[in-house]
Design a protein around this ligand. Structure first.
Ligand code: SAM
Length: 340
């Protein structure tokens, strides 16, 4: 098992299959224009599967498809089948905005995708229009229903909570998720690359969310026994309902972070906040052997010191991580390229 300088294992790999997205969420892609990764740099399914096999041989057991919007990549079930077939993969999941899920849920499930997380920031279509510049709220709901119909177990809904935007919907989202046999996870608004409009005042902290939910439901207690490397802390309501909170902004969990991220162009990031990534496409396309790729990955991981979210906590006058010019200069700094 490969471990970094803080004894964190190389457990989970998030694979961004495209930097394109069909939403323009204000916390992720608020600009009018973007610089995209060059087409010829995008890894083929065979290249992604080859790298995934190498990562799995080094101890990765969990893979998650993401983007951009992963379902914009043509024939994602084919990639899912390739990844699900790698011996040693214990969990294959996807994070999606759900817009295109209704049509593909069955095929993805059949291909071996095990779990789906759907981003749902609001239950109000008119709010989604403002928040994500899209009038396709009904498609997201249809996607969630289709995922359930296709037999996905433990469907999760991700909600980025922003003060004054959707923070009045916490209880509504808990109830909606419950009705769908799903579980909602509230994500604190993060100052990641791409969140050019971020400010501390807009963050609703885990603590505040718990206070509000306690006022509404009564005592909220932590759920014991969950995987300590999972980003969400889960809570139980007095009536038995559950929800999660991902407190990356106010209570980061860098010490247990076993996640790394592969962009669609084969750049490997050891931290969501890392300035630079490690080029894997170059050696891959230059004919490196699996052993050589393993060497590159192992050397980088054992030297890993990253604690990006914790370091952000100590920044005085915290604001957006990057201004738009810096993002345009290197689009791999964008959350939608790294995959979230
Ligand atoms: N398009 C897919 C989706 O919408 O789920 C996958 C990619 S998206 C970048 C992955 C996750 O990152 C989403 O759940 C999204 O809400 C989250 N995200 C993006 N920007 C964020 C921010 N500034 N703070 C917190 N979460 C963010």
């Amino acid at each position: 098992m490969v471990r970094d300088t803080l004894a964190r294992s190389l457990g989970s790999l998030r694979i961004s299959v495209t930097d394109r997205c069909n939403l323009r969420c204000r916390y992720c892609m608020p600009e009018q224009e973007y610089v995209w990764l060059p087409k010829e740099s995008i890894l083929t399914f065979e290249e992604i599967a080859r790298l995934a096999r190498v990562f799995v041989s080094l101890g990765v057991t969990k893979l998650r498809l993401t983007g951009g919007e992963p379902l914009l990549r043509h024939d994602l079930p084919a990639l899912s089948a390739m990844l699900a077939g790698i011996p040693g993969v214990q969990d294959l999941a996807m994070t999606t905005n759900g817009l295109l899920l209704a049509k593909q849920a069955e095929a993805l499930r059949r291909a071996g995708l095990r779990r789906v997380t759907v981003s749902l920031d609001t239950l109000r279509p008119e709010r989604m229009r403002e928040l994500a510049r899209s009038d396709r709220h009904a498609d997201v709901l249809a996607g969630i229903a289709a995922a359930r119909g296709a037999g996905f177990a433990r469907i999760k809904l991700n909600t980025v909570v922003i003060r004054g935007v959707n923070d009045d919907e916490l209880a509504d989202l808990i109830e909606f998720a419950r009705g769908q046999g799903a579980e909602v996870r509230f994500i604190e608004y993060m100052d990641v690359g791409g969140a050019t409009g971020w400010s501390a005042e807009q963050v609703v902290s885990q603590r505040e969310m718990l206070e509000r939910l306690t006022a509404r439901y009564g005592a909220v207690v932590p759920v014991a026994g969950d995987d300590p490397s999972a980003p969400a802390e889960r809570f139980r309501l007095p009536d038995g309902g559950t929800f999660g909170i991902i407190a990356s902004t106010t209570a980061p969990f860098c010490r247990s972070c076993d996640r790394s991220r592969l962009t669609a162009d084969g750049t490997w990031f050891l931290c969501l906040y890392a300035e630079r990534g490690i080029e894997l496409r170059e050696p891959l396309r230059a004919g490196a052997s699996d052993e050589e790729l393993r060497g590159v990955i192992t050397q980088a991981w054992i030297a890993r010191t990253n604690r990006g979210a914790e370091e952000r906590l100590s920044v005085a006058q915290r604001g957006a991580l990057y201004k738009i010019d810096a993002l345009r200069a290197d689009p791999r700094r964008e959350m939608h390229t790294r995959g979230g």
